[in-house]
Design a protein. Structure first.
Length: 239
């Protein structure tokens, strides 16, 4: 439910941007509301971040072992909801992708990185999305300045321009660049069979080692799962 709300939030922002501010101000005055409409629309998104605090207090004061187990399970789920909702908001800002979403699978996570392509010295900012079956690269688009005639107190949704995507079968992963365990970088190698096995190199620089580790572990897990599936298919063909 929250993911769907966050997914549709850009539409509500666009609608509010199309309505003249004096009209909204007048409605706010007539209803004697302290907050404007955009603030109320933001509240469900803000509330997502507070549920885990309530659950933690319930766990702390609960005396039932069974109830604590149930609450801990709920806490694990609620820890994932804000992250997934945030990922969906970023994905909704992606423009220019004309492929089949079903071929990518479910969105797993997204993050902003600096990317060095084919050994280049100058990195470019890229928003990268990991799906169950592919990795997608996009370019952050700077937010447009609001016009003077339409000023609504809404934080602009992120926007991205599609650059490329690669299926897991094309990818190779190098956990540590230059054998440096403390590095915030990892490398993806992309093999292109249609170009006579040409290979492109993407050195991806994260904001921290924890972000790097989380992404490396996720990609590595996906590649291992894919390899296991391929091996089982080959074995079934032999039989």
């Amino acid at each position: 439910m929250y993911a769907t709300y966050c997914k549709n939030k850009p539409h509500s922002e666009n609608f509010l941007s199309s309505v003249e501010s004096p009209f909204l101000v007048q409605c706010q005055k007539e209803l004697n509301h302290v907050l404007d409409l955009s603030s109320y629309l933001l509240k469900p998104v803000q509330r997502i971040m507070k549920y885990h605090l309530i659950l933690e207090k319930l766990i702390k004061y609960s005396r039932s072992t069974k109830r604590k187990e149930e609450l801990n399970e709920a806490l694990k789920i609620m820890a994932q909801v804000p992250r997934y909702a945030n990922d969906i908001i970023h994905l909704m800002g992606l423009e220019g992708f004309t492929g089949n979403w079903d071929e990518l699978g479910q969105l797993l996570q997204q993050e902003n990185f600096l990317v060095y392509v084919n050994g280049g010295r100058k990195p470019t900012p890229r928003q990268i999305f990991i799906f169950e079956k592919a990795v997608l690269f996009s370019k952050p688009v700077p937010p447009k300045k609001p016009s003077q005639s339409r000023k609504v107190s809404i934080a602009p949704s992120p926007k991205y321009s599609y650059k490329s995507h690669y299926h897991l079968s094309q990818l190779g992963l190098t956990r540590f660049v230059h054998d440096d365990n403390n590095s915030v970088q990892f490398q993806l190698s992309v093999y292109k069979k249609e170009q006579k096995n040409a290979c492109e190199s993407y050195i991806i620089q994260a904001s921290s080692t924890s972000v790097r580790d989380r992404w490396v572990e996720r990609i590595e897990s996906l590649l291992i799962s894919q390899l296991t599936i391929l091996k089982s298919r080959d074995a079934s063909h032999v039989l």
